[in-house]
Design a protein around this ligand. Structure first.
Ligand code: ATP
Length: 286
């Protein structure tokens, strides 16, 4: 398998927070959803991948190139979108094409125009008069117009209405139809990731808890609602986390097949990205 991103042992210590030996890969032809609570370390990881912050340890390879020695070549091949539009308010989409056309060798003004049309963005209106949704669409159009192989998006769909979000998610799905392409997207909107992510990487307090195929996770895990007595009967090896409530408890189970064989009387509900995240963040270990 070829990787678009390979992060190994990434470490970055701030005064009150440490990104601790973070390792994960993003395979080519896939969308990786990067999830975790506020302050878990998602943006710090993304900034390190973009070489925007100095890292204390670890190696980062992007599209088979080493970040430290081949940063310039890498930057040509990646499109980046942050949650805030990074263009000056007084510029228009037309100005942006002129500026970025001078920066990126592969800038394709026709492709940019196609995206502007697709997103219904006026070419000559100043960005200060754009809505948040329009600004995000513009950032995405600009990120795609130099024909990147890798898209890195940090909360790029936050604050957008469901219609705009769906439009944008469709663009990402279209983008990875080329199997040399890949997307890394951090998002709190886990339902979006349920729609598009092939893989999920979950970071908690600066450490990677898991990084795996979403289908694999969904097929292997389940949630069972039961009494506290039932909790005691279930083999510890099958319990990832549990949460007690006033009615009994909810358990995040792994090894779905073995669980069903051992407890045919219990009902196992499917998991979602959000439920997995909540169990790992707020549940207890047995
Ligand atoms: N320049 C900095 N100096 C000191 N601490 C920092 C700096 N940048 C980030 N941090 C700390 O690192 C931690 C992780 O922040 P980060 O922005 O990576 O989290 P996040 O997972 O992206 O959160 P959110 O979902 O809220 O955007 C936080 O505790 C934050 O305060």
């Amino acid at each position: 398998m070829e990787y678009a991103i390979q992060v190994t042992g990434l470490t970055k210590a701030y005064q009150d927070f440490t990104l601790d030996k973070v390792s994960f890969v993003v395979p080519k032809g896939s969308i990786m959803g990067f999830i975790g609570e506020n302050g878990a370390g998602k943006s710090t990881t993304i900034k390190a991948i973009l070489n925007l912050i100095h890292r204390d340890a670890g190696t980062i390879e992007i599209l088979g190139m080493d970040l430290d020695s081949q940063e310039k070549q890498i930057k040509e091949k990646i499109g980046v979108v942050f949650d805030e539009c990074c263009f000056h308010d007084n510029l228009t989409p037309a100005d942006i094409s002129k500026i970025l056309g001078n920066i990126y060798q592969n800038w394709d003004d026709q492709l940019y125009q196609t995206y502007l049309k697709k997103f219904g963005l006026p070419e000559n209106k100043k960005i200060k008069d754009f809505s948040r949704g329009m600004k995000m669409k513009l950032s995405i159009a600009a990120a795609l117009a130099h024909k990147p192989e890798l898209l890195i998006l940090d909360e790029a769909t936050s604050g957008l209405d469901p219609v705009v979000r769906e439009e944008i998610l469709d663009i990402f799905l279209e983008f990875i139809q080329n199997e040399n392409h890949a997307v890394l997207i951090s998002s709190h909107i886990t339902s979006d990731l349920d729609k598009i992510a092939d893989y999920l990487t979950f970071i908690h307090h600066g450490k990677i808890v898991f990084s795996a195929g979403r289908d694999e996770l969904m097929d292997d895990m389940g949630i069972v609602k039961c009494s506290s007595d039932d909790l005691a009967r279930i083999s510890k090896e099958m319990i990832i986390r549990y949460r007690k409530n006033q009615f009994g408890c909810e358990i995040l189970i792994k090894n779905r097949e073995s669980f069903v064989a051992a407890h045919p009387e219990m009902i196992l509900d499917p998991v979602t990205t959000e439920s997995i995240m909540l169990f790992y963040s707020r549940g207890e270990e047995i």
